[in-house]
Design a protein around this ligand. Structure first.
Ligand SMILES: [Zn+2]
Length: 184
């Protein structure tokens, strides 16, 4: 029995990041195109690690004097992003945020926005396999996927699908201000 999961034909650079095995996804051309509804694992990882807009792929702090990053995340409860909160949602530039907010069926429902000073790597979301049976274990709260921190011993048995960061230096942004500010 092995000590971790891996691919039979594994390429270290392509398949692992920070020692974690990543799900294989087709590398599609047209990297500048908007992300589809089902987030592409590689695009998500690159966007959240390099703080690139999830809509257009441009750096999100570029045009902002305070160099902070706008995060626009789904929140059923409407709770603002808290200090140290974990997210898999990459940041977004003002233009793409405005589009996302205005295009929604009920524009302001279900989103919260915050300006974030910096992010820290936290872990991954992925499928955890049993070291004994090599079968996938049930995920968090009845889902298939689990949040697994970088210091979690289960990490060696996890097939990562999303990068997770924690957000720091958060200031909540009123979505009314967002639309006003970006439209101006
Ligand atoms: Zn954008």
């Amino acid at each position: 029995m092995g000590t971790e999961i891996g691919y039979a034909d594994e390429y270290d650079n392509a398949d692992r990041r920070r020692g974690v095995l990543w799900i294989r996804v087709p590398v599609k051309p047209g990297a500048g195109a908007p992300l589809p509804g089902r987030v592409h694992a590689l695009r998500q990882r690159q966007a959240i690690n390099h703080l690139l807009c999830r809509g257009c792929g441009k750096p999100t702090a570029g045009g902002r004097p305070d160099r902070r990053h706008l995060f626009l995340v789904a929140s059923e409860a409407g709770q603002p992003l808290a200090e140290g909160e974990k997210t898999t949602t990459p940041p977004v530039c003002d233009g793409c945020a405005l589009e996302a907010v205005l295009e929604g069926p009920s524009p302001r429902a279900g989103y919260v926005a915050a300006l974030v000073a910096y992010t820290s790597p936290w872990g991954v979301v992925g499928i955890v396999y049993s070291p004994d049976t090599l079968e996938p274990l049930p995920g968090d709260n009845g889902h298939k996927l689990s949040f697994v921190a970088y210091d979690d011993p289960r990490l060696r048995w996890t097939l990562a699908c999303r990068e997770v960061v924690s957000v720091h230096g958060c200031t909540a942004v009123d979505l009314e201000n967002l639309t006003g500010r970006t439209a101006a």
